[in-house]
Ligand binder design. Structure first.
Ligand code: 26V
Length: 794
């Protein structure tokens, strides 16, 4: 057990850091100064378990886990660290003594938005669970100077501006000048005495920036090591002396470009050279660091698989296979087969998407130019696999002059995993069907999870307090204990308190985010929330069309028995994703019309706060009654937002897609609003010519909604013609086919919500049965099935 400091000690430490670290007197201190002083105070308390974790891992020669990810969507750190150290009460007291507003201090921290969406946020939850479970681990990523772009709306349309979180001191990181590695690109390969020698023609320095990630109860902290790119030569002195200052600074500018900005594409493979360089930069730096640490403790590289488990978060770092083989063969003189077996024994790959446009492919030309030696090794790996597996001709890494990174990752991995039961089945039967047949034991499932510390204890103190009082605090570190709530589902007093907690969260959201949009909403209306990246397959279009149809119905019968509803959207579109941007525009246009309609205003409202991010999710999820998980079946690999809503007592309206399937099974089908085609039915429907047109003709509600858009009832219709045309004539994501069932199911939601006791009972059972979706369970699965590592003793 760690010794917790008192409120007085915290206060004194904050004042110490304000003066001596921040260099400010109390009377001059801004919120920013105070926030840094508080952060340094908390950081001091994390450093102790961090150092002892690093020491004991080394002393015990522990096997370590390395999580390689191009994205870590961390959000804010301070509030989460306070919770994990269990200092919330003491800190409240300390800040009160100092006359400071805690919320204002927490809100001053910029989100670390080093990720696009689900894949990056999963990596952040995993880092927290790895520490909570005392699994020795490092996360490796890129220290992007600019995280995911900021989103504004202008005349209803998305406008992107650069994100700038490092434009101020970042108190959580430690720069490690001694851990700097040279990363080469391009150049040529020479054969010297039968060995290949790569002579890169460009190089940059990867410099380590470490952030400790503290686990629940503050007993253990692992390292998130983000690499920043720096020039090998600072500037060109010749050019400087000749007076050409811009040219003199060129080498520096070029090098830094590599860690300058996060690619915001999320699901479209763009084939850009800079992206490939970023991927290799992360991977090569991580591998040099992993081997440096391994060789400091062991001398036989054949032991690598016993001491090192590398997890590739999607194919983005999949160049790790060839890179590790290159080091083993070219630098350590190993033969191909031995190097291959060591690499395969060390590496594992997680697949996060089946969408063909998101599967990474690099032209052999680009790969050969940027990484000439790796291209050779990829060809050797492909040829070796062809010979040893007896595969059919259409299977292989290189197809049509492209390096298919999924195939490369699969072939170089000991284990390949999907992220939900359904997704893993589809991985086996679709993208990797041929490879699965050749390697039937390789693919395993690890259903995603989320950390209950951030997503319940921190973000929903009202519910967390009720849980503590009802079943004790043990659920925070052992989410299965939520099961004990089941016996309270029929207790009216408990349900009353649950409703009170939800209502308080709804009022908080209304007074904060929604009031900020100039909206006044009824906290007793259903809060219906869809927050995620804007993507065709996620079907925000289905949701907004339902809103239009409902609006029309209310108009036809304004005195009908309607259940008031506030629909809330949040999410960004990739800057080049035209269709997604059109959907954003449509949602805003429809909102502008409906929200000012005196006839329906009290029954239906639409809110779309801009710049959705982790912090906004923390405000929205606890206030949600209804969670929209309405992707076309077979398209959402897992979803993790769906799990957060369930834990926070929202009910789900959803399709049989991703982890929705498991959520529904666990909470019980009677406590889940299911609609829509299954994966098989969707595939069949899509194959029928004219499927969308037929569905639209058969649905008065949908037809009317589409006509209202085309008639210009929500502003000028011309921006929407192409979208409407696609919905009528193509509709690959089956918005039309699923519409009527969705609309009808929403009316069931309306009815269910009016039965308060019934709704609260369902909400209680959703919470009680959500324990499975803790990322602690997921990480235990990876530890047992994939990494073969044990939690460390203290
Ligand atoms: C792909 C690309 C392609 C190159 C440009 C940048 C970029 C960035 C991200 C991606 C992959 C997106 C895949 C992804 O985020 N998948 C999501 O993973 C979640 C965690 O497993 C899962 O819950 C979501 O269902 C799945 O969509």
């Amino acid at each position: 057990m760690i010794q917790l400091p008192s409120a007085e000690t915290l206060r004194d430490q904050i004042l110490y850091h304000l003066t001596h670290t921040q260099g400010r007197g109390e009377e001059f201190a801004t919120t920013f100064d105070w926030r840094l002083a508080v952060s340094y105070t908390i950081r001091d308390l994390i450093v102790t378990p961090w150092m002892s974790a690093l020491r004991s891992s080394r002393d015990q020669g522990a096997k370590r886990v390395y999580y390689l990810s191009m994205e870590f969507l961390i959000g804010r750190i301070l509030g989460d660290a306070i919770i994990n150290l269990r200092l919330d009460d003491a800190m409240d007291e300390a800040l009160e003594m100092l006359g400071l507003d805690k919320q204002e201090i927490l809100d001053d921290e910029p989100d670390a938005a080093l990720g696009n969406g689900g894949l990056g946020r999963l990596a952040a939850c995993f880092m927290e669970s790895l520490s909570s479970l005392r699994c020795p681990a490092f996360g490796y990523g890129i220290r992007y100077e600019h995280g995911l772009f900021r989103q504004r709306f202008e005349a209803g349309q998305q406008v992107e501006t650069p994100e700038d979180w490092l434009n101020q001191p970042h108190p959580w990181e430690f720069v490690r000048l001694d851990y700097s590695f040279t990363i080469g690109f391009k150049g040529h390969v020479e054969q010297v005495d039968g060995r290949a020698v790569w002579h890169p023609s460009e190089s940059v320095i990867a410099r380590a920036y470490d952030t400790p990630v503290v686990g629940w109860k503050g007993e253990w902290a692992n390292t998130l090591r983000l690499w920043g790119a720096h020039p090998t030569t600072l500037f060109d002195l010749h050019r400087f002396n000749a007076g050409d200052y811009a040219a003199a600074a060129e080498p520096e500018a070029l090098a830094r470009t590599i860690s300058r900005v996060l690619y915001p594409d999320d699901g479209t493979e763009s084939g850009k050279e800079l992206r490939l360089k970023q991927e290799y930069f992360l991977t090569a730096a991580a591998l040099q660091d992993i081997l440096r640490r391994f060789l400091a403790e062991h001398d036989d590289l054949r032991m690598l698989p016993d001491k090192v488990a590398i997890q590739l978060n999607d194919t983005h770092p999949a160049i790790a296979g060839p890179e590790l083989m290159r080091i083993l063969m070219d630098d350590h003189g190993m033969g191909f087969a031995e190097a291959r077996d060591i690499a395969k024994g060390t590496m594992n790959y997680t697949n996060h998407t089946l969408l063909p446009e998101a599967l990474e492919r690099w032209s052999t030309w680009l790969m050969g130019r940027v990484l000439p030696r790796h291209m050779q090794i990829i060809q050797m790996i492909d040829e070796d696999h062809r010979k040893t597996s007896g595969r059919p001709d259409h299977v292989g890494i290189i197809q049509h002059d492209q390096v298919q990174m999924g195939e490369l990752a699969f072939i170089m991995a000991g284990r390949v995993n999907g992220v939900s039961a359904l997704h893993t089945d589809l991985v086996k039967s679709t993208v990797f069907a041929d490879l699965h047949k050749l390697h039937p034991d390789r693919i395993v499932n690890e259903t995603n999870g989320v950390t209950p510390r951030r997503w319940l204890r921190m973000s929903n103190p009202a519910l967390a307090g009720l849980l503590d009082q009802t079943i004790g605090e043990g659920w925070t570190g052992d989410l299965d204990q939520l099961k004990q709530l089941e016996s309270h589902a029929d207790d009216p007093a408990f349900r009353e308190r649950l409703r009170g907690a939800k209502r308080a969260n709804k009022v908080w959201l209304s007074d904060g985010v929604l009031a900020g949009l100039g909206m006044k909403v009824d906290p007793d209306a259903i809060f219906d929330v869809q927050i995620k990246r804007i993507h065709e397959y996620k079907r925000q279009l289905l949701n907004i069309l339902e809103a239009i149809a409902l609006w029309r119905r209310i108009h036809d019968d304004p005195n009908g028995d309607w259940t008031p509803r506030v629909k809330i959207f949040g999410g960004k579109a990739a800057p080049g994703y035209w269709l997604a941007k059109t959907v954003i525009h449509l949602i805003n246009d429809v909102a502008a019309k409906i929200n000012t309609d005196p006839v329906t205003r009290d029954l239906l409202q639409i809110a779309y706060p801009p710049n959705y991010n982790v912090s906004m999710a923390e405000d929205l999820i606890p206030a949600a009654d209804l969670s929209e998980q309405i992707s076309t079946a077979g398209k959402e690999a897992s979803g993790t937002g769906n799990m957060k809503f369930t834990m926070n007592g929202a009910l789900t309206i959803g399709t049989l897609d991703g982890a929705n399937v498991e959520i529904r099974e666990l909470v019980g089908p009677e406590n889940f609003f299911l609609f829509g085609l299954t994966t098989d039915e969707a595939d069949k429907a899509r194959a029928k010519p004219g499927h969308a047109r037929a569905a639209i003709e058969a649905s008065d509600d949908l037809k009317a909604a589409l006509h209202l858009i085309a008639e210009g009832r929500f502003g000028r219709p011309d921006p929407y013609y192409a979208l409407l045309d696609r919905t009528w004539n193509d509709d690959p994501f089956l918005v039309a086919s699923d519409f009527d069932d969705y609309f009808a199911t929403q009316r069931k939601v309306d009815a269910a919500y009016r039965d308060q006791a019934g709704w609260d009972r369902m909400a209680t059972l959703n919470i009680a049965r959500s324990g499975f979706f803790s990322s602690d369970r997921t990480i235990r699965g990876y530890m047992n099935d994939i990494w073969h590592v044990q939690p460390m003793g203290l």
